[in-house]
Ligand binder design. Sequence first.
Ligand code: UGA
Length: 414
Amino acid sequence: MVEGEEKFMRIGVVGLGYIGSVTSVALAEAGYEVVGIDIDELKVKSLSAGEPPIYEPGLKEMLIKNSKKLIFSADYGALKEADYIFVIVPTPNKDGKIYLKYVEDAVENVKRVNKNAIVIIKSTVLPGTASNLMRKTGMTIISNPEFTKEGTAIEDTLKPDRVVIGGNDKKAIEEVKKIWEFANSPIIETTNENAEMIKYASNAFLAVKVSYINEIANLCEKVPGCDVEEVARGMGLDKRIAPYFLKAGIGFGGSCFPKDTTAFMSFAKDLGENLSIIESAVKVNKNRILRIIDLLEDKFSGSEKNIRVGVLGLTFKANTDDTRESQAVKLVEKLLSIGFKVNAYDPMAKIKLENVELFNSAKDCIENSDAVVIATEWPEFRELNVRTGKFVIDMRRILSLNSNSNLKIVGHYG
Ligand code: UGA
């Protein structure tokens, strides 16, 4: 909580997508008055009415609770009185390279209405981006990447493991440090470039960690007596390794890891460096889906056209409605392309998939399928009765080992 006269310090947020809406609401919860801007009027309307544009546990309640401290608008003019303005707009890839137009436009628009504001870039941008923008616009820019996971985004924002603040203006750095004082987290004060690099190196490292354990899972499947869950448990108790991001599964997806690893590799290539470990991690991730296809083809070889595969879970992980770059969706596409029929069920996803029969319950989806793949670790799948004699591939390792004799638990030699 910010004390005294700074209590109602006005903070601006440009971009009300996933991270932008969570950051706005979390900063209001921390005691600030927040003005959130988005060019999408629908998002602005929805947030103003107390309805977040995305599903995130606890977000709606916190939005309503703090509604008096939150103003949402599609007009940049509303940022006139904000001293600190976060830029949290998307940085997608275009032809394998980062596309910066949204960030550039946001900074230009902020400059137009409030050239003395301190701009704080939270969008994931490659090293050198903030410095280039400072040269171009003359604005003071601080780099403050986020390390927020969907599903625990509020907690991650209010109490991050660390806050990284990069810049070349000592006074601005001190002021931004003050904004995050409430979190009581360790603060890394550094250059803009280091801050930008820390974000990519962290995401890529986590992607590598996931692919590493998935590759060990591939091997465990072929070694009698080996079970990757046990192996990961034994590894994770070593403090140097740690148990997080060591869960073998269907591979990483989502709006960040696939996009950021691609942009990072291409950035390195332009500098004459090959990020070969990250390259391998991406390859292992792609192969994870092909292994499922191999298992199904082995089992049903020649009769693919008559086989309905039920895919349980379409989101890229549990506790989100996000299907961006979801391995489950990629699996569905691959299954269809080689002739399988596909059923699917997900408790949250709103995605429409051509040629896929969507069910309203996991039970119905299983009953109408010849084989089942558990692709997302939704807790409700744990309770499933798979004693149906169906061929089940549990990519998230959530079913009991003894529940079905036809169960193929990935990473376990059965
Ligand atoms: C990720 C990072 O974890 C955040 O720190 C970062 O801020 C964010 O990207 C971003 O750049 O904005 P998120 O995309 O929400 O967050 O998802 P994660 O929880 O990291 O999961 C990524 C993928 O890896 C998921 O598909 C998940 O199922 C998979 N995963 C994760 C595993 O298969 N095993 C694990 O042990 C952990």
